[in-house]
Ligand binder design. Sequence first.
Ligand code: MF3
Ligand code: CO
Ligand code: CO
Length: 258
Amino acid sequence: MITYKTQAEIEKMRRAGQVLFAAMKAVKSAIRPGVTTAELDRVAESVIRSHGAIPSEKGYEGFPGSICASPDDMVVHGIPSESVVLREGQIISIDCTVLLDGYQADMARTFPVGEISPEAQALIDAAKESFGKGLAFARKGYRIGDISHAIQTSVEGHGYGVVRSLCGHGIGKEMHEDPEVPNFGKPGHGLRLREGLCIAVEPMITAGDYRVYIAEDNWAFLTRDHSLSAHYENTLAITESGEALILTMPDGFDGEDV
Ligand code: MF3
Ligand code: CO
Ligand code: CO
């Protein structure tokens, strides 16, 4: 079921998004060679709770972390661990969801660990770029498929792969609501966008083959060919006119990122 949000509900989601932005910023500054993903998880949880909010991934279908921390060829849903020690040259995707006053915000970024290769940086940049291309169609009158197609075209134009088996999604009181927002698709297809629709748009891209498999912990998704993967996610609200409101970027898409 698709639910359209009122201005007051969108405002609550924006406040959740502000807390999430602060938590993501704190995680980013804690990333360095030698840090464990468990430590990053503690950083995020403490910032979120200090604002009276809840890290809503914790306990979600039994997920143990406050963040998903997915290095290198891990696409998403990495369980934070004391035994995952980040090393110089790796990339690390952090995905986090915050619940405040009954409403969710969802956001992901991929960060470098120390100095990384130009190839790895290009992949990270392409994930953000593709989000921006999708954002241009996150407007009243367009359809979900227009967002999906714009993302896919951008990613594949760089020669990268788009993960098919994981999607963006509606968001509100629940972390995952209808509709699905795939990162590939046909223009002119899918739900027509209208004011009050809130969605998490989240390209997950790979340097090689787009196919993924699930790890033995039954959570983590990894690229089948072990190529690097990057993730870029924000929560958006479709407005009455003009560009969508990015609820997880206080300064907007062209403003300061985390
Ligand atoms: N934040 C994720 C998303 O973008 C979901 C996390 S799965 C969880 O949809 F198990 F970690 F909660
Ligand atoms: Co997320
Ligand atoms: Co999401």
